[in-house]
Write a protein that binds this ligand. Structure first.
Ligand SMILES: NC(=O)c1ccc[n+]([C@@H]2O[C@H](COP(=O)([O-])OP(=O)(O)OC[C@H]3O[C@@H](n4cnc5c(N)ncnc54)[C@H](OP(=O)(O)O)[C@@H]3O)[C@@H](O)[C@H]2O)c1
Length: 293
């Protein structure tokens, strides 16, 4: 269980425990204002992707943060972006170069293969190209997203660099389905990053967690002296699985509230177990339903 503000990858590099996502609500929308709000609220970790079609609107917000009146150092910001499909005749290097230009930075902190689907059958070759952009310094860390056991089986034995992370949809309603993958992550020391962590509160309400979260929320509120929220309880559960949380909100107050989670007491082993057991009563995947693990 980890309540540290930074997590350490298998290569010794660090990643902030929570990141602000520019997909979902901001998909193909300008992310500039939302990113600026998230940075002001205290986020230092941005989760972007070529597929979201808005990297060019993230760039100006990053530029403002790094060069504005307060001029934060580049090292204070952690930027992830993700490889989409690779157009015919192009390479991973070509893709990351386009992303970097749009993001107005000369390296990303983390570059992920967004999904294995368009690369099926040639993941080994694509991963070699990922290793090349890492060696060139265009990405400080490389990893994958939405990878299943069978996707790892395609390349992990031939990889010279083990992915630092697998970013997957993960919340208690996916625990049962994800356990075999978590075991693989553990075997190779691959960090789990979660998106959709708040789905039980947003897109899948009325499930077995509804009767459990308020009790844990009240215990945390009592022990911390703060008014704890349901979202914070779920982020604490992700903490218990050492998962980095990729989330988003259109509301500044909620962003601040989610960031404050790190200072709250950890869940007890019994509370984690209670959430696990309730979560496993149903299976709900919100994204990528075609890609059951
Ligand atoms: N790698 C991938 O394939 C992949 C796929 C999907 C997403 N992602 C990344 O993950 C990021 C976050 O994804 P996500 O949106 O699924 O994250 P999430 O953390 O599960 O959900 C955030 C959403 O939940 C809402 N919410 C939060 N607390 C709530 C509550 N108590 N009641 C009702 N609604 C609540 C927020 O709405 P408000 O705006 O009202 O606060 C926000 O729209 C994306 O932006 C993207 O960067 C990656």
């Amino acid at each position: 269980m980890s309540s540290k503000a930074f997590r350490t990858f298998n290569n010794g590099n660090k990643i902030p425990w929570i990141g602000f996502g520019t997909g979902t609500a901001l998909y193909r929308q300008s992310a500039e204002h939302s990113i600026s709000t998230a940075l002001e609220a205290g986020f230092t970790h941005l989760d972007c992707a070529e597929m979201y079609g808005n990297e060019a609107t993230v760039g100006p917000a990053i530029k403002k943060y790094l060069s504005g009146p307060e001029a934060h150092p580049r090292g204070s910001l952690f930027v992830t972006t993700k490889l989409n499909t690779i157009p015919s005749g192009k390479t991973v290097r070509d893709s990351i170069k386009v992303s970097l230009e749009k993001l107005q930075i000369d390296y990303v902190d983390l570059y992920l293969i967004h999904t294995p689907v368009p690369h099926q059958g040639r993941i080994k070759e694509v991963w070699k190209q990922m290793e090349d952009v890492y060696r060139e310094g265009l990405a400080k860390n490389i990893g994958v997203s939405n990878f299943r056991l069978k996707d790892f089986a395609e390349f992990i034995d031939s990889a010279e660099i083990i992915p630092v992370v697998n970013q997957i949809e993960f919340n208690p309603y996916l625990l049962g389905a994800t356990e075999p993958l978590l075991a693989l992550h553990k075997k190779y020391n691959i960090m789990t990053a979660s998106y959709g962590g708040l789905v039980p509160l947003s897109r899948k309400t009325g499930g077995p967690l509804d009767g459990i979260i308020p009790t844990i929320r009240e215990r945390l509120s009592k022990d911390s002296g703060k008014q704890v929220t349901d979202g914070q309880v779920l982020l604490k559960w992700l903490n218990a699985y050492d998962a980095v949380s990729i989330t988003t909100s259109s509301k500044r107050d909620r962003l601040v509230n989610l960031l404050e989670t790190i200072a709250l007491p950890d869940l007890t082993a019994d509370e984690v177990k209670t959430i696990d057991e309730a979560g496993k009563k149903i299976h709900h995947r919100n994204y990528m339903q075609h890609m059951e693990l």
